[in-house]
Write a protein that binds this ligand. Structure first.
Ligand SMILES: [Zn+2]
Ligand SMILES: [Zn+2]
Length: 201
């Protein structure tokens, strides 16, 4: 059994392999909420659930359309503009009466999809809802983050291992891409302390 501690023998997973679950702060009560994504490459299907306040949210509900018409009246040449900035549904077109001459025509609308989220792209936020990841720990001023407990456990196994052989040659794995402040031998103790603290979160 000693060998399993010394030698890393984890799965040849990439970071995406762990993006099926994110542990975050609930946007309603700030307690722990879990985002589940069956397919990390298709995050529109993700959903958020809080066990504390029972808040539920679907990623698909974050999708909106900016619907707009920009045209010229075919009767008098005046500009026709209409914009609905946050539409839940796509719109094919509108009947619009020209403000200048009154000619009414059906105009085709343009639908630009966009995603609203709590803080998309923020450091330390999940990539779907943009909520703060809960599993974060300080390592000498650097932030160690994990999406979920399995992700954290795999990082821990790698940090613990003194012998780190490549698990595959076909791609670079999640653990091989970890920043050096996590993988440096001289940081091993402080990283493990941070991880153990995160495990209790
Ligand atoms: Zn909640
Ligand atoms: Zn007109």
């Amino acid at each position: 059994m000693e060998q399993s501690v010394e030698r890393y023998s984890g799965p040849a997973t990439v970071r995406y392999s762990y993006m099926n679950e994110f542990i975050v702060d609930c946007p309603k009560c700030q307690h722990e909420a879990v985002i589940s994504a069956d397919d990390p490459y298709w995050p529109k299907n993700a959903r958020l659930a809080c066990n504390h306040c029972n808040h539920l949210e679907k990623a698909i509900d974050l999708i909106f359309y900016k619907v707009s018409v920009r045209a010229h009246c075919d009767n008098c040449g005046k500009g026709i503009n209409k914009i609905i900035p946050h539409s839940k549904e796509k719109v094919d077109g509108f009947a619009i009466s020209c403000a200048a001459c009154g000619a009414t025509r059906i105009y085709r609308a343009r639908n630009e999809e966009y995603t609203r989220s709590y803080g998309k792209g923020l450091d330390g936020a999940d990539p779907v809802f943009g909520l703060p990841l809960r599993l974060q720990g300080d390592v000498k001023g650097n932030i160690l983050r994990a999406y979920n407990r399995l992700h954290l456990r795999e990082i821990k196994n790698y940090v613990k291992a003194k012998l780190r052989e490549r698990q595959t040659t076909t791609h670079t794995t999640m653990v091989e891409r970890l920043p050096t402040f996590i993988t440096e031998a001289k940081n091993r103790e402080v990283v493990l302390k941070a991880i153990e603290k995160m495990e209790r979160l």
